[in-house]
Design a protein around this ligand. Structure first.
Ligand code: NAD
Length: 293
């Protein structure tokens, strides 16, 4: 068990509401804030302390975690935290390397430390404490935050500069959307040809076509028709846009990444940005005139 600490948590959405309670379960005192009052009430019901503002969290906790939906919001919350007594801000969001470096710079001007720590594994991984956490921060900061991050899952240091973990995370996410698109096409084809989708997944998961969509998204959210994997199309689009921007700045062409973005654009146009990104399979189903599952 790690030493008990006073920590803060800002952003109790799909991920934060699963991660913050793990800090409580591991004996830390946690004060949390979300702009959504019902998210704050749910955290209080789980035994945590609900704060009234970002400022209050920053003044009462020496380490604050953030799990927020966009680069703009992380920058804004980092600016608010910079004026408080907080020592270290640990950002778990996916915001791209530029925003992460900017948040770090903003906090550094006020003598505060920053750790770039995006996560992979979805809400199910967050609930189970089985996320993958990519960590980029100076060595001393890594040493201080890693024991707390380990309550969320496996911590993999990727560099000393905030922003490096973001780059790693964006690469992972664009590859996962490409896999979702390719799996939607393959599964629609097989079912239209008369194959059983469960049998298809059994074969794929023991063959070279296996990927995160065949192992998890299709068995859990597409074949059972629940489309509740837990990741919104709009959030996925944000990640893919950030990745394509960074790739372009580096001079790396991403043709498949651009196609994956188009598939997400169509999914969002048809079902809304809040629809689960596994709804991409429904788009392909409509084109193919078939239902997978
Ligand atoms: P979400 O939209 O469900 O949650 C974000 C929360 O932040 C909401 O509850 C919202 O009310 C709150 N919020 C917004 N502005 C705020 C502010 N100014 N102050 C305080 N709270 C504010 O998003 P999520 O799915 O939990 O994702 C959070 C981050 O984690 C995103 O950057 C996302 O890309 C990343 N992520 C998500 C997943 C996933 O599977 N959902 C997986 C890995 C990484």
């Amino acid at each position: 068990m790690t030493q008990s600490r006073n920590v803060g948590f800002i952003g109790l959405g799909s991920m934060g509401s699963a991660m913050a309670p793990r800090l409580l379960e591991n004996g830390h005192a946690v004060i949390a804030y979300d702009v959504n009052p019902s998210a704050r009430a749910a955290f209080a019901a789980a035994g945590g302390l609900a704060g009234d503002s970002v400022e209050e969290v920053g003044n009462r906790a020496d380490m604050v975690f953030t799990s927020l939906p966009s680069p703009q919001i992380v920058r804004q919350v980092a600016a608010e935290l910079a004026g408080t007594r907080v020592g270290i801000v640990v950002d778990l969001s996916t915001i791209g390397s530029r925003a992460s470096a900017e948040a770090a710079g903003l906090l550094a001007q006020h003598g505060r430390s920053f750790a770039d720590a995006p996560v992979s594994g979805g809400r199910a991984g967050a609930l189970a404490g089985k996320l993958t956490l990519m960590l980029a921060a100076p060595a001393a900061v890594q040493e201080e935050v890693a024991p707390l991050l380990s309550h969320f899952g496996k911590v993999i240091p990727v560099g000393m500069q905030p922003g490096q973990a973001q780059t790693m995370k964006l690469i992972n996410n664009i590859m996962s959307v490409v896999a979702l698109a390719a799996t939607s096409e393959g599964m629609a084809m097989g079912v239209k040809a008369g194959l059983d989708p469960h049998v298809m997944l059994d074969v794929l998961n023991m063959s070279s076509g296996q990927n995160s969509a065949t192992r998890d998204k299709f068995p859990r959210a597409v074949v059972p028709r629940t489309f509740d994997f837990g990741f919104a199309t709009g959030l996925s689009l944000k990640d893919v846009r950030l990745c394509l921007d960074e790739a372009q700045a580096l001079g790396v062409p991403m043709m498949l990444g651009n196609l994956a973005k188009t598939m997400l654009d169509i999914t969002a146009a048809q079902f809304g940005a809040d629809a689960d990104f596994t709804m991409m399979a429904r788009v392909v189903e409509q084109w193919a005139g078939v239902e997978i599952g």
